[in-house]
Design a protein around this ligand. Structure first.
Ligand SMILES: Cc1cc2nc3c(=O)[nH]c(=O)nc-3n(C[C@H](O)[C@H](O)[C@H](O)COP(=O)(O)OP(=O)(O)OC[C@H]3O[C@@H](n4cnc5c(N)ncnc54)[C@H](O)[C@@H]3O)c2cc1C
Length: 386
């Protein structure tokens, strides 16, 4: 694996400082909101100065193309940035949240790029993606939401669930069945603008870690032909590209979370004395520390290897599945051991550990449950062995 470029290292250090100086001080507000049962997110008043600072520091549109003002950074530069962001339980991403951007970059028409991608890349528009349904989540090819062409428009009918960010999204990428052929074939992506008649947010669903998802109903939701994103019946592949990018990013977040938990575990173990000895001198704790340091290192190598291959335009779907499973389970274990090292303090709502634990728990489900990824890894491994 190639060494990190100096410019990428410098950028990572800028982000590390941003996390320490700007985000960490907001953790107490975030924890207070979680204790109060509120949505765990930044207020507009908290977010506005952060966004201003990001603009000043050039932490904006990092993976957007240069022609629309982006920095066009490769995945090998973006992963260490995501690792740094993972160290805090304050939910914040540098605009725009990139996976949908990659789907738009891959298949949007020139008109769609101007109308949707450019404002999105500039951080002026927000987006969501609606894939999961009550009867089809881990197996999205079983979706039944249907779009039917009527003259110069498509009419969408069906129901989506567990959709993040919908109320704030200026547009939602909606996956719907348009053909009768096969499971993956015949699925088309549509761009549905906020406020389109028949696009109904049915309910808000509180999730762990103070997150919120939404159930969305499509009742004769009519969109013009120009809202088809990519080619009719071929929405699955660009959707997979988007999921792959998110899975690598999740791996990097998990490394950041585990690093924070390990630092906290070490700090506490070095000063807490029980039965006349420091916890740091106990083999039980040392093994947790050794395991954590080893697995964090292994996970970073996995993420950077996949990032390098992705930048070389190689297919990293299997690597992404491996990372999704390994990283989320690694972070679960490290955070759990850190909580145990802190004793009662570890299970209070005052430390960020419990919020990180809740967060990583949801990560073992979204973007595909661990069991489905294991099935995919095993299937591809079996196929590869002649
Ligand atoms: C916080 C959060 C945010 C989300 N945001 C979005 C979003 O923005 N857009 C969107 O479209 N979706 C979103 N989702 C939905 C998410 O992608 C699905 O929940 C996920 O894919 C699992 O689908 P399911 O809930 O229907 O579980 P199911 O598919 O019913 O699976 C349930 C369980 O069965 C087991 N299982 C399933 N298949 C297999 C198998 N083949 N082998 C062994 N075991 C298996 C697994 O343990 C799995 O956890 C979000 C979910 C969460 C939790």
């Amino acid at each position: 694996m190639a060494d990190m470029l100096e410019e990428h290292r410098m950028l990572r250090d800028v982000v590390a400082k941003f996390v320490d100086n700007e985000l960490m001080p907001l953790e107490k507000n975030i924890l207070a909101r979680e204790i109060a049962g509120q949505k765990v997110s930044l207020t507009d008043a908290e977010e506005a100065p952060l966004l201003k600072k990001c603009k000043e520091l050039g932490l904006w549109a990092l993976d957007a193309p240069e022609e629309i003002g982006g920095a066009n950074l490769p995945a090998v530069a973006l992963m260490p940035i995501n690792e740094e962001l993972g160290r805090t339980c304050v939910p914040f991403t540098f605009p725009p949240d990139s996976p949908n951007l990659h789907m738009l970059m891959a298949v949007a028409s020139p008109e769609q790029k101007i109308r949707y991608m450019n404002p999105y890349a500039a951080g002026e528009a927000h987006s969501a993606i609606a894939i999961s349904e009550p009867g089809a989540g881990g197996d999205p090819a079983g979706m039944t939401t249907r779009a039917t062409q009527e003259g110069d428009s498509w009419v969408i009918n069906g129901r989506k669930i567990w959709i993040s960010r919908v109320p704030y999204a200026d547009f939602t990428i909606v996956m719907a069945r348009t053909g009768t052929d096969g499971r993956h074939a015949g699925v088309t992506a549509f761009i549905v603008e906020k406020g389109t008649p028949g696009f109904i947010i049915a309910r808000e669903i509180p999730m762990l870690a103070g997150q919120r998802t939404y159930e969305v109903v499509f009742e004769n939701c009519r969109v013009p032909n120009e809202q088809v994103l990519g080619r009719v019946g071929q929405g699955f592949a660009p959707m997979q590209l988007r999921l792959t990018i998110r899975r690598l990013q999740m791996g990097a977040w998990c490394i950041g979370m585990a690093r924070r938990a390990l630092e906290m575990m070490c700090g506490h173990a070095k000063q807490r004395v029980t039965f006349g000895q420091k916890l740091a001198d106990r083999q039980a704790i040392q093994w947790w520390i050794a395991e954590a340091a080893t697995k964090i290192h292994a996970c970073r190598l996995m993420v950077m290897d996949a990032a390098e291959k992705l930048d070389d335009r190689r297919d990293v779907r299997t690597e992404a599945s491996m990372i999704k499973v390994f990283a989320t389970e690694m972070a679960t274990e490290v955070i759990d051991h850190a909580m145990q090292t802190f004793g009662a303090m570890g299970v209070t709502k005052e430390l960020p550990l419990q919020l990180m634990m809740q967060k990583v728990r949801t990560m073992r489900v979204y973007e595909g449950p661990s069991e489905v990824h294991r099935m995919v890894i095993a299937r591809r491994t079996l196929e590869a062995v002649k």
